[in-house]
Design a protein around this ligand. Structure first.
Ligand code: KG4
Ligand code: ZN
Length: 352
């Protein structure tokens, strides 16, 4: 039995959660900064760090209150160590270290991508994975295709060579004049559009398991926008061409991006004889991705509940459960790892 407090501040959500045995949610608090960053059309790192500083203490207190637990009941404190924005990560890490020092509780530094994977273990009722599984992690910062042979054993099969899938959604959303974040707004807008209105490229049809979305993004830009003449102050503006249907463009873009994700993920699962496909990360909330991969793969496909697709601390505490049970305890002096790859985590299974 383990009771773990998770803390997550790697990007634009300040989050804390208490998780029992890596699977039961005693509390899950997420303070989103979406409104704060919407005016910039993306995450503004300096603004994010400052907002984390303000939110972290009330968010952690709320998580403990919701779980009706005091700190002395915890077995460990887990915090995202990377990858992510360095200034944002440091806020969570410093806070977690302070809490660990004060309470004498063990501290664990957790990889954010491993956290996304373990959001799958928070689905009720719990279903243990039938290893080996192929995992597609698709978020605002990452597009990673991973072969998972056991708890804590990861082999990177491929990933994006340029924009992350969520980043492509966000950039195209901005071009189409939709609010930030682009992903959910493109999905909503696409419902009224024709996915075959534009033939956008299905990017990188090759034998690798890598993705590339910059060509797709450029194709959308070329098809639907024009550069308007110079304004009174010499500024150039990019505006939508007349007659462009935002719904058609959104639906056609979404279809192209989802096709690329599904094709490579399903082929990776076949190539490596996977028993299951797992989806995780913000873009795994996408309804078209979910249905299309289920219809294409001849294997069980699982994804997290909608509220656990985007960043949260429940997934960080869930990942920490397996590491805590396997004996991992990190030094209070550990440093931040802003570009920490999942494949370097461990080579021995965490048999918990
Ligand atoms: O996992 P996450 O919260 O943050 C990172 O770790 O990056 O993912 C956020 C990303 C954003 O790019 C957002 O546009 C995308 O997830 N997203 C979606 C949907 N919901 C969120 N993309 C496509 N369809 C959705 N329904
Ligand atoms: Zn994330």
């Amino acid at each position: 039995m383990s009771i773990i407090l998770g803390i997550e501040t790697s990007c634009d959500e300040t989050a804390a959660a208490v998780i029992i045995d890596g699977q039961r949610i005693a509390s899950n608090v997420v303070a989103s900064q979406i409104d704060l960053h919407a005016q910039y059309g993306g995450v503004y790192p300096e603004v994010a760090s400052r907002a984390h500083v303000e939110a972290i203490d009330p968010v952690v207190r709320q998580a403990l209150t919701d779980a009706a637990l005091s700190i002395d009941r915890l077995d460990a404190i887990a915090v995202t160590r990377g990858p992510g924005l360095v200034g944002s990560l440091l806020v969570g890490i410093s806070y977690a270290k302070g809490l660990a020092l004060m309470s004498g509780k063990p501290l664990l530094g957790i990889n954010h991508l491993e956290g996304h994977i373990y959001s799958l273990w928070l689905t009720q009722p719990l279903q243990e994975a039938n290893f080996p599984v192929v995992v597609l992690i698709v978020s605002g910062g990452h597009t990673e295709l991973v072969l998972m042979r056991g708890h804590g054993v990861y082999e990177r099969l491929g990933g994006t060579l340029d924009d992350a899938a969520g980043e492509a959604f966000d950039k195209v959303g901005r071009v189409l004049g939709l609010p930030f974040p682009g992903g959910p707004n493109i999905q909503r807008t696409a419902e009224a559009g024709q996915a075959d209105a534009y033939q956008f490229p299905r990017a990188k049809r090759d034998q690798s398991f890598d993705f590339s979305f910059s060509g797709l993004k450029t194709a959308v830009l070329r098809e639907v926008t024009r550069t308007s003449p110079k304004g009174p102050h010499g500024e150039k503006g990019v505006t939508l061409k007349e007659g462009v249907s935002v719904a058609d463009a959104a639906a056609s873009f979404q279809a192209a991006l989802v096709d690329a994700l599904v094709e490579k993920t399903v082929r990776a699962a076949q190539t490596y004889d996977a028993n299951e496909i797992l989806l995780a990360g913000g873009v795994s909330a996408n309804a078209l991705l979910r249905t299309q991969i289920k219809n294409t793969a001849q294997l069980p496909v699982r994804y997290p509940p909608l509220n656990l697709c985007t960043d949260n601390a429940a997934m960080i505490a869930a990942a920490a459960h397996h590491r805590f049970a396997a004996g991992q305890r990190d030094s209070i002096a550990f440093d931040v790892l802003p570009t920490w790859p999942l494949s370097r985590l461990s080579h021995a299974p965490l048999d918990a």
